[in-house]
Design a protein around this ligand. Structure first.
Ligand code: ZN
Length: 119
């Protein structure tokens, strides 16, 4: 990840521009976990179930407002969903990194404004 400036010199506006430029490449994004599972179909004498192979499928799991959700993901959509989940993780990581950089920039700007007032 390219950093727009050093922690000692960047302004809060620099931090906002950095977030905007990084975020632009991270869509679509979603939070959740994509899991692979094997399950039985319930049909008697199903060759796949009898062999123990069962039926492979992908499921997107997540939680919203304390409630869990699970959505079946068809095989042909797994690539797209995985990309969005990876983007979501990268976005979350970016926002965590943004916190200290933004707060430090705001504090520097406030210190600069106080100095100018005093002189
Ligand atoms: Zn089966």
């Amino acid at each position: 990840m390219i950093r727009a400036g050093t922690d000692e010199t960047e302004s809060s506006a620099d931090v906002v521009r950095w977030i905007e430029s990084e975020v632009a490449g991270l869509w679509p994004a979603m939070l959740g976990s994509l899991s692979f599972r094997r399950s039985r179909c319930g049909h008697a004498n199903c060759p796949a179930c009898l062999s123990g192979e069962q039926h492979p499928s992908h499921v997107l799991y997540g939680r919203h407002n304390g409630r869990r959700f699970a959505v079946y993901v068809p095989e042909d959509l797994v690539g797209e969903v995985r990309r969005a989940v990876d983007n979501g993780r990268a976005l979350q990581d970016l926002l965590v990194q943004a916190g200290p950089r933004y707060v430090k920039a705001l504090k520097r700007e406030r210190a600069g404004a106080l100095k100018r007032k005093k002189s």
